[in-house]
Each structure stands twice: as structure tokens, then as C-alpha cells.
Design a protein around this ligand. Structure first.
Ligand code: GDP
Length: 588
């Protein structure tokens, strides 16, 4: 339809009324009728705008958002080439991020006698020799401080890092920021490699780090999980080669590619104003090539690339994918994490930056008010505490208050009771809509249900549960909470076997023989290898043998053979502590 009015994803109430050519008061009234209290300068989202427009019998459609760079390259593209991985280091403060990045810089084989990396530009590329071959591979490291930059880039929709190194100090273990880093890495869908650092320190316990990370859902490859763990010392340099080789190996498996023939696409990793140079920005190129003289747009600013140099202060005419370069020529200083796009003409670059400006003005105008409760439908699995989002209606204020007070007390460390909608009176259609985007349940205490709500609940599959007795209501909500409680891993030690001899050790199979000193051993049970009380690893026993025959289990006093489907570095005299694992929901 040609008379459709274009509305962006987010718009202020004032601008919305303006575009609709309707008095602002009328828009505010319609919003109020729909339960949204918004002033002229506050913003609403497109869905809300759509509902209001419908009431006003006007048709709107979405205005195209400024283009977000999709630096993802299709493998079918004709000009694809391999690109080097882009890597970030995350971890708890003092666990060695800076030391690791410094050490890696020193190991850069390309820098040789030239003095290595000479300036800090927020990212740098190193060349790594592949183990046993002359082949050299490049890795780009993001050297921006902390999680903030990482998170900012994610917010801007830039999937920048291919691989994230989670650094954990072996003498300190998993700390709050380690957990936060895991969340960031998972959210950004980057591949994770764990660097267990400071193994040179006397109190270092790399096994404990593995166990603690297992509890956070990051399981070591050597224990059957999917994450590589590398023990390193950022101080002595031990293990760093292996870490770099692992990164190269992961990059190879992931087949990272880019198309160097298209206009540059990238992201700002550092920016500032420099006397005599003007705005300077480090751009990490994700796809395409950037050349001196190119027109670029970076968020709200644009310009023509005047000067381009790398971390060695080398002047460049052209930069290829996965390279970070410092450029001058932008009209103002762009924000970190802004997306960068190359254009054929100044006009196009300028237009794009203006679009971006307009869009962010609206976005900054204030918190977005919306009619529906989308935010509650967000992925709650990633946060530690889950919300139980309830819609509650009661007959009178007194009983509503009493119910809310009792339900609030049910919140615990794992589940939080939240009221997304509450009120006194009949259960109406709005209650059903609110429940539809949360737990799909409306709780009514001595409330009637309007016929429209009845219908809507059937259509949307929302359950209405009515109560006349408060304690029954509370008891049912308790059951809901019990279902949402996390699962606990319970280990039960079933027996100990003392190893008397090693029959076979290979990467795919280990067989040991020994005597069961107490309890029992079982096929498929787990065994913890202990030497002088120290835990060396956990392995699953895939077979138990007594004499020549395979058995399901062996008892105290008996001698038997135990097989594992992997390499177990056991020695005679070690003890295998057998245990079973069961899972159980945490109790209230
Ligand atoms: P960041 O806060 O994560 O960047 O940590 P730093 O790199 O600043 O390191 C914090 C402290 O730990 C510094 O005093 C480093 O010298 C020290 N450190 C880092 N890595 C190692 C290591 O492998 N071994 C030892 N012994 N100390 C380390």
C-alpha cells in the first residue's frame, strides 16, 4: 500500500504522532488505554506503534534500519579465501590476561629483530610456526581491555571474535569474573579455549581448575568434554606454543573465510582524538579489503581513509581481512564497537552515517515503552537465576497483597518469583496476553473470567487456575518452583581399587589390573585416579575383567582388570576411586 507510513524500530511518541499527523494527546491517550504510560519524549517500539496505529485506523510499516554489517561470508562466494582467526582473552582480574598477551607478542616470529610490535592499537597479528613444519600461520589478537569491549561489540551485533581464550589462574581457580566471562563467550557464540595459567606457582592446581570449570559446564576434552584446556605459564612461557597451536587447529576446523574483493566491513576496536592527526581509529577488518582513499562509514561518522598503519608502524596501502589497522580521515571519533563499512562514494558513506545518527538519537531518547512483554521471553537459560513470571488476579486488594507477600517469600537463589501483571477484578484478555509471553498461567483468587479472556486462553493455550483458598495457591506455586530448580550432580563413591600393574596404554585404550580394597567396582562407573591423595583425572571404566572373562562388577578382596577407552597415565601403586553419578533436582 502506497499510503503506509514508515516507522522505525524505535520512535519517540512525539515523532510518532508527527509522522501519523495525529495530535500527540491522542496518541498518548491510545497508549494509556493499552496500559502504556508514556510521555512525548519517551520511545515506543514498532509493535506498540503498530497496535496504536490500528486503533487510529492508520497503516504503518517498518522503516529500514541502517544496514548492519553482515561480515559472515558465504562459502559459495567466488572469491573466498582463508583468513586468520580473531582471538580475545577473557578472565578474572589478575589471572594473567595482560601477561599472556605480552608473552604472545614476544613470541611473534615475524617481529624478529625489528623490535616486534611497536605501538598499541587495540589489536595485533602474530605469526606462529606450525608444529614440526615450516608453515606459518597468523593469529589476530584483540588487545582491548576487559569484558566491556567484548560485550559492547556483541551489543552492536558484531560477531568479532572467532575464538575466546578463557584464562584461569591455577592457584586461584574459578572466580566471579571467570563465570561472567563464560557467559559472555557463550552469548557471543565464540569457540572457547581454556588457558590454565600460573602453573609455575607452588600452589597451582590445574586439576582443580578443570573440576571447577566442569561445574560451570565447561568440560575438558581430555575428560571427554568438548573444550581444549592448555596449562600455561605466562611468566615462563611454558605451554604458550601449545596454546597457539591449538588456536590454529581450531581455526582450521572452523574454516574461517573472507572475501577480499568486496568493500571493507569491520569494527572499531579503539578510537581517540590525536593532536595533529584528528580522529584516529583502529579498525579490525572482518571482510573485504580497506585501501587508502576508500570512503568509510563508522557508526555516526564517515570519511576518506588518509593514512593507514599497522601495529609495527608500517604504512599500508591495503589491508586484508582479519587485519587491524589504524586509520585517519574520519570526521569525528567513532565509538568503540561501531560497525565500519566501505563505500564507493563519499555521498553513500555520508548517507549511511546520517541514517545511523537518526536511528541512535531515537534510541537514546529514553527507555523504550512497549505494550507486550517480550523482554520476559528472552532466553532465561543463560542467567543463573530463573524468573517465575506470574500473572495474578484477586478479588480484593487485601487478598492480592497477602498472596503477593506469601509468593515473594518463595523466591530462592535459583528461582525468583516475579509479577508481570497483577490486579484486582476479573481476569481479562490483557492478563492472558501477559501470561502468553511468560509462564502461560494466570492465577486467579476468587476472580471471575471475562468471556473474551476465556476464549483467548483457549486460543493461546494459556491455563487459568482459580483458587478459593490461599494456601492451595501457594502450594501449587511451590510445585512450579520445584520444577524450575536446577539439577544437581550427585557422586556416590562405590569402591577403591589399588593398581598393581599396567597392561596396556595407548591413546584409545588403557587396561590396568589391581585389587579391590573396599566396596565394589562396576562397568560404566567413573574412576578417579589418585596418587598420594592427589587427583590426576577422571575416567569412565568401559569394561571389567576377572581372569579371561568380562564381568559387570567386582567385589572387595577380588583382583580384576579395568579398561578405559582413552589414555590414562596410571602407575602401579595408584588408587582408582570408583563412583557413580546421578542427577537430582535441588530441593526447595
Ligand atoms: P590481568 O589482570 O589478568 O591482566 O593479569 P596480569 O597479567 O596483570 O597478571 C597479574 C599478576 O600475575 C602479575 O603480577 C603477573 O606478573 C602475575 N602473573 C601472570 N601470569 C603469571 C604466571 O604464569 N606465573 C606467575 N608466577 N605469575 C604470573
Amino acid at each position: 500500500m502506497s499510503d503506509e507510513i514508515k516507522i522505525p524500530e524505535v520512535i519517540t511518541v512525539g515523532e510518532f504522532a508527527n509522522r501519523l499527523n495525529v495530535p500527540v494527546a491522542k496518541v498518548i491517550t491510545e497508549l494509556m488505554k493499552n496500559g502504556v504510560m508514556a510521555t512525548i519524549n519517551e520511545s515506543i517500539d514498532f509493535e506498540t506503534a503498530e497496535i496504536i496505529a490500528e486503533f487510529l485506523e492508520l497503516k504503518i510499516s517498518k522503516e529500514e534500519e541502517p544496514k548492519k554489517i553482515q561480515a559472515k561470508v558465504k562459502k559459495e562466494s567466488k572469491h573466498i579465501e582463508e583468513r586468520s582467526p580473531i582471538v580475545a582473552v577473557l578472565g578474572h582480574v589478575d589471572h594473567g590476561k595482560t601477561s599472556l598477551l605480552d608473552k604472545i607478542r614476544e613470541t611473534d616470529v615475524a617481529s624478529g629483530e625489528s623490535g616486534g610490535i611497536t605501538q598499541h592499537i587495540g589489536a595485533y597479528q602474530v605469526e606462529v610456526k606450525k608444529d614440526g613444519s615450516k608453515d606459518k600461520k597468523k593469529i589476530t589478537f584483540l588487545d582491548t581491555p576487559g569484558h566491556e569491549a567484548f560485550e559492547k561489540m556483541r551489543e552492536h551485533g558484531a560477531r568479532v571474535t572467532d575464538i575466546a581464550i578463557l584464562i584461569v589462574a591455577a592457584d586461584d581457580g574459578v572466580k566471579p569474573q571467570t563465570k561472567e566471562a563464560i557467559k559472555h563467550i557463550k552469548n557471543a557464540k565464540s569457540q572457547m579455549v581454556v588457558a590454565v595459567n600460573k602453573i609455575d606457582k607452588p600452589g597451582a592446581d590445574p586439576t582443580r581448575v578443570r573440576q571447577e570449570l566442569m561445574a560451570e559446564g565447561v568440560s575438558p576434552h581430555e575428560w571427554g568434554g568438548d573444550t581444549e584446556f592448555i596449562d600455561i605459564s605466562a611468566k615462563s612461557g611454558e605451554g604458550i606454543d601449545k596454546l597457539l597451536e591449538t588456536i590454529i587447529a581450531i581455526a582450521e576446523v572452523n574454516e574461517l573465510v573472507a572475501d577480499p574483493t568486496v568493500s571493507a566491513q569491520g569494527v572499531v576496536v579503539e578510537s581517540r582524538m590525536e593532536p595533529g592527526k584528528g580522529p584516529v581509529a583502529t579498525i579490525l577488518i572482518q571482510n573485504g579489503s580497506l585501501r587508502v582513499g576508500d570512503y568509510i562509514q563508522a557508526g555516526e561518522t564517515y570519511g576518506k581513509v588518509k593514512l593507514m598503519e599497522d601495529e609495527h608502524k608500517n604504512k599500508l596501502d591495503e589491508a586484508l581481512p582479519s587485519r587491524a589497522v589504524r586509520v585517519t580521515g574520519l570526521r569525528s571519533v567513532p565509538e568503540i564497537a561501531e560497525l565500519v563499512q566501505g563505500f564507493d562514494s563519499e555521498k553513500e558513506a555520508k548517507q549511511e552515517s546520517e541514517k545511523s545518527k537518526k536511528y541512535s538519537v531515537v534510541k537514546r531518547a529514553g527507555q523504550v515503552k512497549k505494550i507486550n512483554a517480550d523482554s520476559m521471553a528472552e532466553d532465561i537459560k543463560l542467567v543463573d537465576r530463573q524468573d517465575l513470571n506470574l500473572v495474578v488476579k484477586a478479588d480484593v486488594v487485601g487478598s492480592l497483597d497477602a498472596i503477593k507477600e506469601s509468593l515473594n517469600k518463595l523466591s530462592n537463589d535459583y528461582v525468583a518469583v516475579k509479577f508481570v501483571s497483577e490486579g484486582v477484578g476479573d481476569i481479562n484478555e490483557n492478563d492472558i496476553s501477559m501470561a502468553d509471553v511468560s509462564q502461560k498461567v494466570v492465577i486467579g483468587f476468587k476472580s471471575k473470567v471475562s468471556p473474551q479472556a476465556e476464549q483467548a486462553s483457549k486460543a493461546k493455550g494459556v491455563k487459568i487456575i482459580k483458587y478459593d483458598v490461599i494456601y492451595e495457591l501457594i502450594s501449587d506455586v511451590k510445585k512450579l518452583i520445584a520444577e524450575m530448580m536446577p539439577v544437581e550432580r550427585i557422586e556416590t563413591v562405590i569402591g577403591h581399587l589399588k593398581i598393581l600393574g599396567i597392561f596396556k596404554v595407548s591413546p584409545k585404550k588403557t587396561v590396568v589390573g589391581g585389587k579391590i580394597e573396599e566396596g565394589k567396582v562396576e562397568k560404566n562407573a567413573w574412576a578417579r585416579l589418585k596418587r598420594k591423595g592427589e587427583i590426576l583425572g577422571e575416567y569412565q571404566a568401559v569394561a571389567i575383567q576377572k581372569g579371561v572373562s568380562e564381568v559387570e562388577s567386582g567385589l572387595s578382596g577380588e583382583e580384576c582388570g579395568v579398561s578405559f577407552a582413552e589414555k590414562v597415565k596410571a602407575e602401579a601403586g595408584d588408587v582408582l576411586e570408583f563412583f557413580t553419578i546421578s542427577e537430582k533436582k535441588k530441593e526447595l
